[in-house]
Design a protein around this ligand. Structure first.
Ligand SMILES: O=P(O)(O)O[C@H]1O[C@H](CO)[C@@H](O)[C@H]1O
Ligand SMILES: O=c1cc[nH]c(=O)[nH]1
Length: 252
C-alpha cells in the first residue's frame, strides 16, 4: 500500500533499524551492504537505494542520498520519520589542509552550512555540529582499523565546480575537507534531537584547484588509493555505529 511508503524516497514508514550509514553513491550503498549479515534491499527509488542487515549483531540501515544537499536532506528527513535515530555519513571529499592525503579519512567535527538548502529552513547563525559521541566513536573505529585519519571542520558546499561568480575562499580558516551534504545531515539531526556525524575519504584536493582546460580533468575519485580508503571507511562507519549503539545500551 503506497501510504505505507514515504513519499519521496519510498522507504517504508515502519520497521527500519534505528542506526544508519548514509552515502552519496547508490553503488557504495550496495558495496557497504555486502559487509552486512542478512543484507536485503529495502527499496530503490530515484537516487535513494536502501538496504538493511546487521553488523556484528546490530541491525543497521545503509542508504544512498545522491549528490547535493537539497536532495540528500529528503532522505535524512524521511529516514528520521521512519525511526532512524543515529546517522553517520560516509562520503568522499577533497582535502583542504596540508598533510591530509588521498585515501585518508576525515572525521567531521562540524560543517560550514554552504549547502544550498538549510539557509531556506533556518537562520545562517544556526550551527551544523557533529554529535560529540559520533566524533569519538568514528575516531575509535578509525584507530581500531588502523586507518589514517584526521579530525576537523568540513566545508559543505552546493557548487562542485566554480562558475563565473567568485566563490568565497576559506583559505586560512583551517578547514579539513570539502564535500556537499554533511551540514544538511547535521542540522536535520540537531533539529530533531538525533545523533549524527560523518567520516569522509579523501579523493584528491578541493575540486576548485583541479579545474583545468578539460574541466575537472584532475578530479579522479576512481583511483586505487581512494578505493582502499573507501574499503577502510566502510568498516569504520559500521563499527562506529556499533560503538554508538553499545554506549546507548550502557546508558539505558
Ligand atoms: O562520495 P559522496 O558521498 O557522493 O560525496 C561527495 O562526492 C560527490 C561529488 O562527486 C558529492 O556527493 C560529495 O559530497
Ligand atoms: O564535493 C566534493 C568532493 C570531492 N572533492 C571536492 O572538491 N568536492
Amino acid at each position: 500500500m503506497t501510504q505505507d511508503l514515504l513519499p519521496v524516497t519510498r522507504i517504508p514508514r515502519t520497521g527500519l533499524p534505528a542506526h544508519a550509514v548514509v552515502v552519496g553513491d547508490p553503488a557504495r550503498a550496495a558495496a557497504v551492504a555486502t559487509l552486512l549479515d542478512g543484507a536485503e534491499e529495502v527499496s530503490y527509488h530515484r537516487e535513494y537505494r536502501v538496504f538493511s542487515g546487521s553488523w556484528k549483531g546490530l541491525p543497521v540501515v545503509v542508504a544512498s542520498h545522491g549528490v547535493g544537499a537539497p536532495g540528500a536532506i529528503l532522505l535524512f528527513q524521511e529516514l528520521a520519520d521512519a525511526g532512524v535515530r543515529t546517522f553517520l555519513r560516509f562520503g568522499t571529499a577533497g582535502a583542504m589542509r596540508p598533510g591530509i592525503g588521498d585515501g585518508d579519512l576525515v572525521v567531521a567535527e562540524a560543517a560550514v552550512r554552504d549547502d544550498g538548502v538549510t539557509h531556506q529552513l533556518l537562520p545562517p547563525e544556526y550551527p551544523a555540529v557533529s554529535s560529540p559521541e559520533a566524533v569519538l566513536a568514528l575516531q575509535q573505529a578509525a584507530r581500531g582499523a588502523g586507518a589514517p585519519y584526521h579530525r576537523g571542520v568540513v566545508w559543505t558546499r552546493a557548487a562542485f565546480q566554480p562558475g563565473l561568480l567568485p566563490l568565497f575562499s576559506y583559505a586560512g580558516a583551517g578547514l579539513a575537507a570539502i564535500e556537499m551534504e554533511l551540514s544538511a545531515l547535521l542540522v536535520t539531526a540537531s533539529l530533531r534531537g538525533l545523533v549524527a556525524g560523518g567520516v569522509l575519504v579523501i579523493d584528491g584536493a578541493n575540486a576548485d584547484e583541479l579545474v583545468d582546460e578539460q574541466a575537472t580533468g584532475g578530479y579522479d575519485p576512481h583511483r586505487a588509493v581512494v578505493a582502499a580508503g573507501v574499503e577502510r571507511g566502510a568498516v569504520v562507519s559500521l563499527e562506529a555505529l556499533r560503538l554508538l549503539a553499545e554506549a546507548e545500551g550502557e546508558q539505558a
